[in-house]
Design a protein around this ligand. Structure first.
Ligand SMILES: C[S@@+](CC[C@H](N)C(=O)[O-])C[C@H]1O[C@@H](n2cnc3c(N)ncnc32)[C@H](O)[C@@H]1O
Length: 268
């Protein structure tokens, strides 16, 4: 069994479409993990994944990479707060938001905090999704260590978190009630429509160029006219025009809206 056979059997057995991930980095991560358990071929490693739930969990963990934190890349969140959201809210009282590949919930909760703080007349709901059910369970609990909340201002820490006696921070119900978590595989599940804002950060980097193209087009279809796609700090949508987007800045792309003049923002 070679690596491509391994990918095919994993897809068939576990429904995880690894063929859509960038092969070189994926192979390196899987090989590291396989070697760390002393297995020197893919056939044996696949058999191990089928029979050993602990190794299977480790494998899924390695693929999903759940790193996240509140207000990740704070300057870009500033642009969201000061420019993108005011503009979106100038023409609507209700916002429908999707945080795709939301990991431990720090991302959707950050957006809820911003909206709660600065946009009192706006009602909003955030669909927060990820492929990894374990991380979603943690996200629903909403308890974070010091490192995850290092980007949260002192005032917001006091207002939106309760610190327990072990030094962990629990998100308040006021923030939680706006966020609904559910499992969603970007590579296999249907995309809902009608979003004013889609936040999809730090997951596309793992996918092949071809898969990225398909997903950006699907995200375009999921946005309302004038809706915005918010991407990760190290990401860039080069062919945004082909998908129908206008570039608002490096990290924000708007679904073309004929009635609205495009504002090009200087956020960095
Ligand atoms: C590095 S985290 C990004 C978290 C957050 N968006 C951020 O930028 O802080 C990547 C997340 O993508 C999720 N993921 C990986 N493949 C996915 C897929 N096919 N569908 C949905 N989520 C996926 C992982 O489970 C992980 O939680």
């Amino acid at each position: 069994m070679d690596f491509s056979d391994f990918i095919a059997v994993v897809h068939k057995q576990f429904g995880l479409n690894l063929g859509a991930y960038k092969e070189k980095q994926l192979k390196r991560r899987i090989d590291n993990l396989r070697c760390s358990v002393g297995v020197d071929n893919y056939k044996e490693y696949f058999a191990l994944l089928c029979t050993d739930p602990v190794q299977r969990a480790k494998f899924f963990d390695k693929i999903t990479i759940n790193v996240s934190e509140f207000f990740r890349n704070s300057d870009i969140f500033q642009a969201l707060e000061k420019i993108i959201l005011p503009e979106l809210c100038s023409s609507r009282r209700k916002l429908k938001i999707w945080s795709a590949a939301c990991s431990n919930g720090a991302e959707p909760y950050s957006i809820a905090i911003i909206l709660n703080d600065g946009f009192p007349g706006i009602s909003y709901k955030i669909d927060a999704t990820d492929i990894d059910s374990n991380i979603l369970a943690a996200a629903r609990v909403g308890v974070y260590d010091e490192k995850a909340v290092k980007g949260v201002s002192k005032a917001r820490l006091q207002k939106y978190f309760v610190r327990d006696n072990k030094g962990f921070y629990r998100v308040t119900p006021e923030v939680k009630r706006h966020v609904v978590f559910s499992r969603h595989d970007l590579l296999g599940d249907k995309f809902k429509k009608g979003y004013d804002l889609i936040v999809c950060r730090n997951v596309m980097i793992y996918f092949t160029r071809q898969t990225q193209e398909i997903l950006y087009r699907k995200m375009y279809d999921s946005l309302v006219n004038g809706g915005v796609l918010f991407i990760g700090a190290t990401e860039n949508i080069i062919q945004y025009k082909d998908y129908g987007f206008e570039k608002v800045s490096h990290w924000f792309y708007r679904k073309s809206c004929p009635q609205q003049e495009v504002r090009h923002l200087e956020v960095r």
